[in-house]
Design a protein around this ligand. Structure first.
Ligand SMILES: Nc1ncnc2c1ncn2[C@@H]1O[C@H](COP(=O)(O)OP(=O)(O)OP(=O)(O)O)[C@@H](O)[C@H]1O
Length: 294
């Protein structure tokens, strides 16, 4: 038995003429949280759909919980939870009823289903509206219920596609805590996110997808150190950042930048020097694609 929960090798996917995945390689150890980052349309959802057997790849291979996503589809499905995809919400029922029903359908006893439902309602701050029909829910409440439904039964691997998009700060933090608890219990979490801060806080490793490939994979600290040096930040008189210049970090590098700025920087421009952030790494790694699009 391999110690990787997810093993992706040379994975390919085309939609018509468009190559979306062009040789994706990635390994995720059991019990770890990996965050997949990439520009819009980079293929994040397509990759999750392939790993969860909803979409067939055109080439390469992917194993989830040791099972091949093409040959052992059913075994893969029994090893994973997926947000909002397998969970069909009945709008005419309350969130509590939906959660209990999901528990019963997944093989929990009546009592266990009830206990799990109230635990999840509490987790996602839905207890007060537990008896209201889902039809009347706001977008954020609906999203929290979708997430709760995907967690009724604990499976070894959890896929979350942009789980915190549209959540308020409190719900986002609550979900982070849940994800960290699950990971501490040995659940492997594969999530996509648009929020670099989320990846930084939560993920053991971050994978960046660009031009159909994984262009970098490492811990948040490793990713930040890839960019090396420091960033020179220029602010105008309103304290808005007007330019960020990556440097190698040496005195000679800084002198060269400052010499250039003496000529060009506007009146009142202030400078500071900071460590690179995940944003800088992301922008540097995906720059070619962005520039090509301009
Ligand atoms: N079923 C499909 N048929 C045709 N094209 C598709 C299909 N699914 C996805 N695509 C295309 O594949 C590309 C990647 O889409 P995908 O949704 O995987 O990207 P993403 O990284 O999740 O993007 P976002 O961050 O915007 O959600 C897009 O150009 C999309 O239009």
């Amino acid at each position: 038995m391999s110690s990787y929960a997810i093993e992706i090798s040379a994975l390919q996917k085309k939609f018509g003429q468009q190559t979306v995945l062009n040789g994706v390689d990635l390994k995720v150890p059991e019990g770890k949280i990996v965050a997949l980052l990439g520009p819009n349309g980079a293929g994040k959802t397509t990759l999750i759909n392939i790993l969860s057997t909803l979409v067939a790849p055109d080439g390469g291979s992917a194993k989830v919980a040791g099972y091949d996503v093409v040959r052992d589809k059913e075994k893969v499905k029994l090893s994973i939870s997926l947000t909002g995809q397998f969970a069909a919400v009945d709008e005419s029922l309350s969130s509590e009823e939906n959660l209990r029903m999901m528990g019963r359908l997944s093989g929990l006893s009546r009592m266990a289903a009830r206990a799990r439902a109230s635990e999840l309602l509490e987790y996602f701050n839905l207890t007060e509206v537990a008896r209201k029909r889902v039809k009347t829910f706001s977008g954020g409440m609906r999203r929290r219920l979708d997430l709760a439904l995907s967690l009724v039964v604990r499976r070894p691997i959890l896929f979350l596609d942009e789980p915190t998009t549209g959540l308020d700060t409190r719900s986002r933090r609550a979900l982070w805590d849940i994800i960290l608890d699950l990971s501490a219990d040995g659940v492997t979490v594969f999530l996509t996110t648009q929020y670099l801060e989320e990846a930084d806080q939560l993920a053991d490793t971050i994978a960046v997808i660009s031009d159909g490939r994984i262009v970098a994979h490492g811990t948040p600290v490793e990713m930040k150190s890839r960019i090396g040096g420091e960033v020179v930040e220029l602010r105008n008189t309103h304290d808005d950042v007007i330019r960020e210049i990556p440097t190698g970090g040496s005195i000679a590098d800084l002198k060269e930048i400052l010499d250039g700025l003496v000529q060009t920087a506007g009146e009142g421009t202030r400078i500071s020097i900071r460590r690179p952030s995940l944003d800088d790494v992301f922008l540097a790694l995906t720059a070619t694609e962005k520039e090509a699009a301009l």
